[in-house]
Every structure is written in C-alpha cells, then in structure tokens.
Design a protein around this ligand. Structure first.
Ligand code: HEC
Length: 109
C-alpha cells in the first residue's frame, strides 16, 4: 500500500487552509469616518457644524483620553450619551471594539 494518496490529500488540505481568507477584522478607522466623523470630526476634535450644534466631545484631548477607560468609550458608543445616537443595535460587538481603538488613535499629545 502506498501513502501517496494520503500525502496528496494532506498537502491539498494544507494548501486550502493557507488560501482561506483570514477572519475579517472590522476596520475601526473606516467605521469612525462612516459613523462618527460627522459630529466628532475626522480628527476627533468635533470641529464640525454638528459637533458645535450638539456639543460633541473633543475625543483627541489627552486629558479626556486619560480620564476615560476603554469601557467608558465602549459604553458611550453602545448607549449614545446626550444627542449622540446609540450604536448597540447597529454595530456588532467587534465593530464597537474596533471603534474604541479608533478613538484611542485620535489622541493628540
Ligand atoms: C449626532 C452626532 C454624534 C455622532 C454621530 C456621534 N457622536 Fe459621540 N457624542 C456626541 C455628543 C453630542 C456627545 C456628548 C454627549 C454628552 O456627554 O452630553 C458625544 C459623546 C461621545 C463620547 C463620550 C464622551 C464622554 O466624555 O463621555 C464618546 C466616546 C463618543 N461620543 C464617541 C463616538 C463614536 C465612536 C461615534 C461613532 C460610532 C460617535 N461618538 C458618534 C455626538 C455624536
């Protein structure tokens, strides 16, 4: 009995698993531009008409970044304080987590 068919099958499976796309990570920066930039601004400084109208938080401020945990940011995204819409029902948990990272990236020294 030859092992060749089994070997070929194994190599085939390996090749297949290599070509499977990696689990798609949600793109936080893109989600931010899509959902948040209109109020908080592309740089987080809320220097937008809606930002002014709604008193949106300047998310780039180091002081604000320091006084808010990832949990606080996630809560704000899920529940939407004040005039901000809630995203719990609109975005997946993974997308909300990716947005927390995107908000952290807005930090200015
Ligand atoms: C309609 C305009 C609007 C949109 C869209 C919006 N926000 Fe807000 N956001 C606000 C306003 C206004 C506040 C301040 C509310 C308050 O604390 O009184 C706020 C507050 C926050 C806070 C909490 C600030 C704090 O000090 O607790 C975070 C974090 C935040 N927004 C992130 C986001 C993210 C991320 C998105 C996109 C998923 C988003 N916002 C979309 C208007 C908006």
């Amino acid at each position: 009995m030859s092992n060749k068919p089994a070997l070929a099958l194994l190599l085939g499976l390996l090749g297949l698993s290599n070509s499977l796309p990696a689990m798609a990570e949600p793109d936080g920066a893109q989600l931010y531009r899509q959902h948040c930039g209109k109020c908080h601004g592309s740089d987080g400084r809320a220097n937008t008409l809606r930002g002014w109208l709604y008193f949106a938080q300047n998310l780039s401020k180091a002081k604000w970044q320091d006084s808010n945990s990832d949990r606080d940011i996630l809560d704000a995204i899920a529940k939407g304080p004040g005039a901000m819409p809630a995203y719990a029902g609109k975005l997946s948990e993974a997308e909300q987590q990716a947005l927390v990272k995107a908000v952290r990236d807005l930090r200015k020294p």
